[in-house]
Design a protein around this ligand. Structure first.
Ligand SMILES: Cc1cc2nc3c(=O)[nH]c(=O)nc-3n(C[C@@H](O)[C@H](O)[C@H](O)COP(=O)(O)OP(=O)(O)OC[C@H]3O[C@@H](n4cnc5c(N)ncnc54)[C@H](O)[C@@H]3O)c2cc1C
Length: 418
């Protein structure tokens, strides 16, 4: 095992992880690539950090079964490159994948991107995990087939656990084919009209992969389609008809602006979609279906270049909120949001609000029967990471107590709940 710093342990095998957990008394932080280090509750003081970025690589890829097992510290963009050779992908397009987010980190933070509308989140894509618990026990759950779970479904428990229940060392994932072609259609307008469009689209046979509204003046709805090279343009034409005047096909680079909003750093995209009203409305509708039919879904695989700068400081505080899709637009309208990326089909949105408004925003989301968590914020902001405690909190506490009775792992992440 290599020690990168006195208090940082960087194991390279599951056994080394177990040894690190057993040999290190006291409290442990678990870190991946650090792309979500400031999400959720701030870590309390710890005695050591267990860095999982030495646990990398594919363990087994079964192209015929469309499953892959990987070491948890593998950056998803690296995995995308390997399985992409077989024209397969993990159908997850979380905004931070191009910045190096690891498979384990994406699972532990319950992260997902716009295509969750069709493919779900990591929760739906993981079919097995191997985890080291606080007492050194190595727990294996699931595997390369779906129907083999017994006892706790650890993969589901670990989804969104923020390193508080155990150290993920291996993850088995179900894969999807890389689409032959993708296209994105945009139409400018406020959130309310975007929500109306989305309500019609998700009922239509067009099967949009993503319906996301990004804020601006007046804002813009982005709709992504996937399909065969010879037929996609027909669906694009039909989609533009349904969306009406002003709808036009845009380059995939528009999703960089979306990713920047999700990271709380709007305006980093280079495609003229900033809040300055200088959108190149329609100019990208170049009629070039060939250009629109990009052939590899590389953005979905997280291999696209660009995305928000890793170290750009968010303006205000970034909250991830979830609510019933029908309730989401009115909920967002209530919030003092300065930037929004809203999944109008999924009900999941990322909003940037002034730091002083975080507690009030949590309350508004809870009042709408939604959930919220704090993502990025400035270092000096003292704001609650989570909203009012959920009714299931005693069950969460009992599970935490069962798996980590001494509270060694990632203390503080669920503050103020536990
Ligand atoms: C790795 C793996 C192995 C599996 N192995 C088997 C197996 O061997 N045999 C088998 O029959 N099924 C198996 N299943 C499926 C089994 O977990 C259930 O069928 C599954 O929970 C329901 O699937 P779902 O996707 O509809 O809901 P899920 O994605 O599991 O759940 C959706 C939501 O509903 C909640 N929920 C689900 N079920 C209930 C419930 N009964 N009460 C309250 N809330 C609930 C969940 O907490 C979650 O919030 C397996 C699933 C996985 C991931």
């Amino acid at each position: 095992m290599t020690r990168a710093a006195p208090t940082t342990l960087r194991p390279t095998t599951p056994k080394e992880v177990r040894d690190a957990v057993l040999d290190t008394p006291g409290r442990l932080a678990i870190a991946g690539a650090g792309t979500a280090a400031d999400w959720a509750g701030r870590l309390d003081d710890v005695d050591a950090t267990l860095d999982t970025t030495g646990l990398t690589g594919v363990i087994a890829h079964n192209p015929g079964d469309m499953t892959v097992s990987v070491h948890a510290g593998t950056p998803l963009r690296d995995l995308a490159g390997e399985i992409g050779e077989h024209r397969q992908r993990l159908a997850l397009d979380a905004a931070r994948i191009p910045r190096g987010a690891t498979v384990g980190g994406l699972l532990a933070t319950a992260d997902a991107g716009p295509s969750a509308l069709v493919y779900g989140s990591m929760r739906d894509l993981v079919i097995g995990t191997t985890t080291v618990l606080a007492d050194g026990t190595m727990v294996r759950s699931g595997g390369h087939v779906i129907k083999n779970v017994a006892g706790y479904d650890m993969a589901k428990l670990l989804h969104g656990s923020y390193g508080t229940l155990g150290v993920l060392v291996e993850v088995v994932l179900r894969l999807h084919p890389v689409p032959k072609a993708t296209a994105t259609v945009a139409v400018d307008g406020p959130l309310t009209s975007a929500a109306e469009h989305t309500a019609r689209l998700v009922q239509s046979p067009l099967e949009p992969i993503a319906c996301e509204w990004i804020s601006g003046d007046p804002g813009r709805l982005l709709v992504r389609l996937e399909g065969g090279e010879s037929t996609l343009h027909l669906r694009v034409d039909r989609l533009m008809e349904l969306l009406g005047d002003g709808a036009h096909e845009v380059d995939d680079a528009v999703w960089d602006e979306h990713a920047a909003l999700v990271a709380g750093v709007p305006g980093l995209g280079d495609n003229g979609l900033g809040d300055n009203g200088s959108r190149d409305n329609g100019s990208r509708d170049n009629g070039s279906r060939d250009n629109g039919s990009r052939d590899n879904g590389s953005r979905d695989n997280g291999t696209g270049a660009g995305g928000p700068a890793a170290d750009a400081a968010p303006e205000g505080a970034v909250l991830r909120i979830g609510a019933a899709p029908t309730r989401l637009p009115s909920l967002i309208a209530e919030l003092p949001a300065t930037a929004v990326a809203a999944g109008l089909g999924t009900g999941v949105a990322t909003v940037t609000v002034p730091g002083a408004a975080v507690a009030e925003a949590h309350d508004a989301v809870a009042a709408a029967n939604g959930t919220s968590s704090l993502r990025s914020r400035s270092a000096d902001l003292d704001a609650p990471a989570w909203g009012p405690p959920p009714s299931g909190l005693p069950v969460l506490k009992a599970i935490k107590h069962k798996l980590d009775p001494d509270g060694r792992l990632s203390p503080g992440r669920f503050h103020p709940w536990m």
